[in-house]
Design a protein around this ligand. Structure first.
Ligand code: DC
Length: 239
Protein backbone atom coordinates (compact mmCIF):
# COMPACT_ATOMS: atom_id res chain seq x y z
CA UNK A 1 0.00 0.00 0.00
CA UNK A 2 1.32 3.45 -0.76
CA UNK A 3 0.61 6.53 1.31
CA UNK A 4 0.22 10.10 0.04
CA UNK A 5 3.33 12.29 -0.03
CA UNK A 6 3.46 16.09 -0.23
CA UNK A 7 6.89 17.60 -0.83
CA UNK A 8 7.78 21.15 0.23
CA UNK A 9 11.20 22.27 -0.99
CA UNK A 10 12.94 25.62 -0.86
CA UNK A 11 15.61 27.59 0.98
CA UNK A 12 15.87 28.07 4.75
CA UNK A 13 13.70 30.81 6.17
CA UNK A 14 11.03 30.70 3.46
CA UNK A 15 8.54 29.44 6.03
CA UNK A 16 8.61 25.73 5.14
CA UNK A 17 8.88 24.54 8.75
CA UNK A 18 5.73 26.31 9.95
CA UNK A 19 3.72 25.36 6.88
CA UNK A 20 4.82 21.74 6.90
CA UNK A 21 3.89 21.35 10.55
CA UNK A 22 0.49 22.90 9.88
CA UNK A 23 -0.10 20.61 6.89
CA UNK A 24 1.00 17.54 8.89
CA UNK A 25 -1.41 18.43 11.69
CA UNK A 26 -4.32 19.15 9.36
CA UNK A 27 -3.84 15.91 7.44
CA UNK A 28 -2.61 13.63 10.24
CA UNK A 29 0.55 12.88 8.22
CA UNK A 30 4.10 12.41 9.47
CA UNK A 31 6.66 15.13 8.96
CA UNK A 32 10.13 14.57 7.52
CA UNK A 33 12.53 17.43 8.26
CA UNK A 34 15.30 16.33 5.90
CA UNK A 35 17.37 19.46 6.64
CA UNK A 36 17.72 18.17 10.21
CA UNK A 37 19.40 15.02 8.87
CA UNK A 38 22.03 17.05 7.01
CA UNK A 39 22.47 19.24 10.09
CA UNK A 40 23.11 16.15 12.22
CA UNK A 41 25.71 14.86 9.76
CA UNK A 42 27.29 18.33 9.55
CA UNK A 43 27.57 18.59 13.31
CA UNK A 44 28.92 15.07 13.71
CA UNK A 45 31.46 15.63 10.92
CA UNK A 46 32.61 18.84 12.58
CA UNK A 47 32.90 17.17 15.98
CA UNK A 48 34.88 14.34 14.41
CA UNK A 49 37.36 16.93 13.06
CA UNK A 50 36.37 16.32 9.45
CA UNK A 51 35.11 19.87 8.78
CA UNK A 52 37.06 22.91 9.77
CA UNK A 53 35.43 26.29 10.25
CA UNK A 54 37.04 27.89 7.25
CA UNK A 55 38.08 25.44 4.55
CA UNK A 56 35.36 24.87 1.96
CA UNK A 57 36.95 22.15 -0.16
CA UNK A 58 36.58 18.58 1.03
CA UNK A 59 38.78 15.81 -0.35
CA UNK A 60 37.56 12.42 -1.57
CA UNK A 61 38.99 10.91 1.63
CA UNK A 62 36.97 13.42 3.71
CA UNK A 63 33.86 12.50 1.74
CA UNK A 64 34.41 8.78 2.38
CA UNK A 65 34.96 9.39 6.09
CA UNK A 66 31.82 11.55 6.39
CA UNK A 67 29.75 9.00 4.44
CA UNK A 68 31.01 6.21 6.76
CA UNK A 69 30.13 8.33 9.77
CA UNK A 70 26.64 8.92 8.28
CA UNK A 71 26.08 5.18 7.84
CA UNK A 72 27.02 4.54 11.47
CA UNK A 73 24.60 7.09 12.93
CA UNK A 74 21.64 5.52 14.70
CA UNK A 75 18.93 8.04 13.76
CA UNK A 76 15.43 7.55 15.14
CA UNK A 77 12.35 9.55 14.21
CA UNK A 78 9.97 9.86 17.14
CA UNK A 79 6.59 11.26 16.10
CA UNK A 80 5.13 13.59 18.73
CA UNK A 81 1.44 14.29 19.29
CA UNK A 82 2.07 17.87 18.03
CA UNK A 83 2.78 16.38 14.59
CA UNK A 84 6.47 17.24 14.88
CA UNK A 85 8.95 14.38 14.73
CA UNK A 86 11.79 14.47 17.23
CA UNK A 87 15.10 13.25 15.86
CA UNK A 88 17.19 11.20 18.23
CA UNK A 89 20.79 10.41 17.33
CA UNK A 90 22.60 7.63 19.12
CA UNK A 91 20.14 8.06 21.98
CA UNK A 92 20.33 11.88 22.23
CA UNK A 93 17.61 14.29 21.17
CA UNK A 94 19.54 16.80 19.08
CA UNK A 95 16.62 19.04 18.15
CA UNK A 96 17.96 22.23 19.79
CA UNK A 97 21.68 21.71 19.19
CA UNK A 98 21.45 21.55 15.40
CA UNK A 99 19.51 24.77 14.84
CA UNK A 100 22.19 27.47 14.76
CA UNK A 101 23.66 29.19 11.67
CA UNK A 102 27.04 27.52 12.02
CA UNK A 103 25.51 24.03 11.95
CA UNK A 104 23.40 25.16 8.95
CA UNK A 105 26.62 25.96 7.15
CA UNK A 106 28.20 22.58 8.07
CA UNK A 107 25.01 20.92 6.82
CA UNK A 108 25.18 22.71 3.49
CA UNK A 109 28.80 21.57 3.04
CA UNK A 110 28.19 17.89 3.77
CA UNK A 111 24.96 18.02 1.72
CA UNK A 112 27.05 18.70 -1.40
CA UNK A 113 28.70 15.26 -1.03
CA UNK A 114 26.99 12.62 -3.22
CA UNK A 115 27.98 9.76 -0.88
CA UNK A 116 26.40 11.49 2.09
CA UNK A 117 23.18 12.05 0.13
CA UNK A 118 23.17 8.39 -0.90
CA UNK A 119 23.67 7.30 2.72
CA UNK A 120 20.56 9.25 3.77
CA UNK A 121 18.36 8.29 0.84
CA UNK A 122 16.66 5.10 2.13
CA UNK A 123 16.07 6.54 5.57
CA UNK A 124 14.10 9.39 3.99
CA UNK A 125 12.29 7.22 1.46
CA UNK A 126 11.16 4.76 4.16
CA UNK A 127 9.42 7.54 6.07
CA UNK A 128 6.51 7.22 3.62
CA UNK A 129 6.02 3.50 4.29
CA UNK A 130 3.71 3.76 7.30
CA UNK A 131 1.62 6.90 6.90
CA UNK A 132 1.07 9.94 4.72
CA UNK A 133 4.10 12.21 4.67
CA UNK A 134 4.96 15.90 4.43
CA UNK A 135 8.58 15.99 3.25
CA UNK A 136 10.46 19.25 3.88
CA UNK A 137 13.82 19.83 2.14
CA UNK A 138 15.62 20.82 -1.05
CA UNK A 139 15.36 17.69 -3.24
CA UNK A 140 12.22 16.05 -1.89
CA UNK A 141 10.21 16.62 -5.08
CA UNK A 142 13.10 16.22 -7.52
CA UNK A 143 15.04 13.23 -6.16
CA UNK A 144 13.69 11.50 -3.06
CA UNK A 145 9.95 11.50 -3.87
CA UNK A 146 9.72 12.16 -7.63
CA UNK A 147 6.24 10.57 -7.68
CA UNK A 148 4.86 12.68 -4.81
CA UNK A 149 1.14 13.48 -4.97
CA UNK A 150 1.71 17.23 -4.64
CA UNK A 151 4.93 19.24 -4.88
CA UNK A 152 5.48 22.75 -3.60
CA UNK A 153 8.56 24.98 -3.85
CA UNK A 154 8.39 27.73 -1.26
CA UNK A 155 10.89 30.53 -1.57
CA UNK A 156 11.41 34.17 -0.46
CA UNK A 157 14.06 36.80 -1.15
CA UNK A 158 17.31 36.47 0.82
CA UNK A 159 16.55 39.89 2.38
CA UNK A 160 13.09 38.82 3.59
CA UNK A 161 14.54 35.61 5.02
CA UNK A 162 17.37 37.44 6.79
CA UNK A 163 14.82 39.86 8.23
CA UNK A 164 12.69 37.00 9.58
CA UNK A 165 15.75 35.30 11.08
CA UNK A 166 16.83 38.50 12.86
CA UNK A 167 13.34 38.92 14.34
CA UNK A 168 13.29 35.27 15.41
CA UNK A 169 16.65 35.59 17.18
CA UNK A 170 15.65 38.87 18.83
CA UNK A 171 12.58 37.16 20.30
CA UNK A 172 14.87 34.67 22.01
CA UNK A 173 17.20 37.45 23.19
CA UNK A 174 20.04 36.27 20.99
CA UNK A 175 22.14 39.06 19.44
CA UNK A 176 21.51 39.17 15.69
CA UNK A 177 23.51 40.99 13.04
CA UNK A 178 21.48 41.47 9.84
CA UNK A 179 24.48 41.85 7.51
CA UNK A 180 26.24 38.68 8.63
CA UNK A 181 23.00 36.69 8.60
CA UNK A 182 22.24 37.88 5.06
CA UNK A 183 25.76 36.98 3.94
CA UNK A 184 25.50 33.49 5.42
CA UNK A 185 22.08 32.93 3.79
CA UNK A 186 23.44 34.01 0.41
CA UNK A 187 26.51 31.82 0.74
CA UNK A 188 24.39 28.80 1.69
CA UNK A 189 21.85 29.43 -1.12
CA UNK A 190 24.65 29.62 -3.69
CA UNK A 191 26.16 26.33 -2.50
CA UNK A 192 22.82 24.52 -2.30
CA UNK A 193 21.64 25.75 -5.70
CA UNK A 194 24.81 25.16 -7.69
CA UNK A 195 26.03 21.80 -6.37
CA UNK A 196 26.10 18.98 -8.91
CA UNK A 197 24.11 16.44 -6.94
CA UNK A 198 20.47 17.19 -6.14
CA UNK A 199 20.71 21.00 -6.31
CA UNK A 200 17.96 22.95 -4.62
CA UNK A 201 15.43 23.74 -7.36
CA UNK A 202 11.70 23.40 -8.02
CA UNK A 203 10.50 20.14 -9.57
CA UNK A 204 9.03 20.71 -13.04
CA UNK A 205 5.54 19.98 -11.66
CA UNK A 206 5.86 21.98 -8.42
CA UNK A 207 3.68 24.89 -7.37
CA UNK A 208 6.19 27.72 -6.81
CA UNK A 209 5.30 30.33 -4.18
CA UNK A 210 7.36 33.39 -3.28
CA UNK A 211 6.39 34.18 0.31
CA UNK A 212 8.49 37.39 0.63
CA UNK A 213 5.44 39.63 0.98
CA UNK A 214 2.82 37.06 1.87
CA UNK A 215 1.01 36.34 5.09
CA UNK A 216 1.50 32.77 6.31
CA UNK A 217 -2.28 32.09 6.28
CA UNK A 218 -2.52 33.04 2.61
CA UNK A 219 0.44 30.79 1.77
CA UNK A 220 -1.18 27.94 3.68
CA UNK A 221 -4.52 28.41 1.88
CA UNK A 222 -2.79 28.39 -1.51
CA UNK A 223 -0.93 25.18 -0.72
CA UNK A 224 -4.05 23.59 0.69
CA UNK A 225 -6.08 24.44 -2.43
CA UNK A 226 -3.29 23.04 -4.63
CA UNK A 227 -3.20 19.78 -2.61
CA UNK A 228 -6.99 19.51 -2.85
CA UNK A 229 -6.76 19.88 -6.64
CA UNK A 230 -4.32 16.97 -6.55
CA UNK A 231 -6.91 14.83 -4.75
CA UNK A 232 -5.66 15.15 -1.17
CA UNK A 233 -8.55 15.35 1.31
CA UNK A 234 -8.39 17.56 4.39
CA UNK A 235 -10.57 16.63 7.37
CA UNK A 236 -12.39 19.96 7.11
CA UNK A 237 -13.08 19.60 3.34
CA UNK A 238 -16.82 19.26 3.83
CA UNK A 239 -17.18 22.49 5.87
O1 DC B 1 16.53 23.33 5.74
P1 DC B 1 17.79 23.44 6.60
O2 DC B 1 18.27 24.84 6.76
O3 DC B 1 17.63 22.76 7.91
O4 DC B 1 18.91 22.63 5.78
C1 DC B 1 20.26 22.64 6.15
C2 DC B 1 21.12 22.34 4.93
O5 DC B 1 20.91 20.99 4.52
C3 DC B 1 20.81 23.19 3.71
O6 DC B 1 21.69 24.28 3.58
C4 DC B 1 20.97 22.25 2.54
C5 DC B 1 20.90 20.88 3.11
N1 DC B 1 19.73 20.13 2.68
C6 DC B 1 19.81 19.43 1.49
O7 DC B 1 20.83 19.52 0.82
N2 DC B 1 18.79 18.63 1.11
C7 DC B 1 17.67 18.54 1.83
N3 DC B 1 16.68 17.74 1.41
C8 DC B 1 17.54 19.28 3.03
C9 DC B 1 18.59 20.09 3.42
Amino acid sequence: MSFPVITVDGPSGAGKGTLCLRLAQALGYRLLDSGALYRIVGLQAYEAGLLSNTSTVLSAADEDAIARLTQCLRIEFLPQSSGRVDIVVNGHNVAAEIRNEQVGSYASRVAALPKVRAALFDLQKNMADEAGLIADGRDMGTVVFPNADAKVFLTASAQARADRRVKQLQQTDVAADYASILASIQERDARDETRETAPSKPAADALVIDSSDMDVDIVYDEIKAFCQQKGICFADDSQ
